[in-house]
Design a protein. Structure first.
Length: 200
């Protein structure tokens, strides 16, 4: 019982710490535009897209506070026509955020954020262990994974959060279908090659 209380307290402190983080404008934009792509694929019109994106902005409150929600909502409102037009043209998340001036265009030779395979496995295994049967709750899974990105490896937390945010649908589907952490990380293109033998 005491261990459970300590774990709950540690989790609460971690979530509170996350809520005080400052949202990076580019990362925030890419998260919301990733959601926009999913909404657009469901053939939503611009009015419905605007409504759903405001809801997506609201989810930032849990981790970054009210200011991030306001900034995100303003970004969506001011750029809605541009967002919709870019989606119609088939532009990717990064391109849309560059068009909005939230992300700086980088050289195509720049490597992607480093997110080592063992860290990916550790984060997923940590979440699976903590959630147990609640692994079937996608929102709970997302919250736990974002928290574990900081807990497991603060040095690569930013890259971890990016992979988790953009890959949550893959992660959720894989884990609920019984795939192990390595297989899921492979589906995220973090782990490559042959799955290593089971570790003792």
């Amino acid at each position: 019982m005491m261990n459970a209380l300590v774990a709950l307290t540690a989790f609460s402190v971690s979530v509170f710490a996350l809520s005080t983080q400052t949202a990076d404008p580019c990362a925030m934009c890419e998260y919301v535009m990733n959601q926009a792509e999913q909404h657009f694929r469901r053939a939503e019109n611009i009015t419905q897209l605007a409504k759903d994106l405001q809801g997506d902005c609201a989810t930032l409150q849990r981790f970054y506070g009210d200011q991030a929600v306001q900034d995100c909502a303003r970004l969506v409102t001011q750029n809605l026509d541009l967002i919709y037009a870019d989606l119609q043209q088939g532009k990717q998340t990064g391109e849309i955020c560059q068009d909005m001036g939230q992300c700086i265009k980088v050289s195509t030779t720049q490597p992607p954020p480093t997110f080592p395979c063992p860290v990916c496995e550790a984060v997923l295994n940590e979440a699976k262990q903590k959630l147990g049967t609640r692994i079937n709750d996608e929102q709970a899974l997302l919250v736990e994974l974002l928290n574990d990105c900081y807990v497991v490896s603060p040095a690569v937390a930013e890259a971890c959060i990016e992979y988790v945010s953009f890959g949550i649908d893959i992660i959720y589907a894989d884990l609920t279908n019984g795939k192990d952490a390595w297989q899921t990380c492979a589906d995220l293109h973090v782990c490559f090659g042959t799955e290593p033998p089971m570790r003792n």
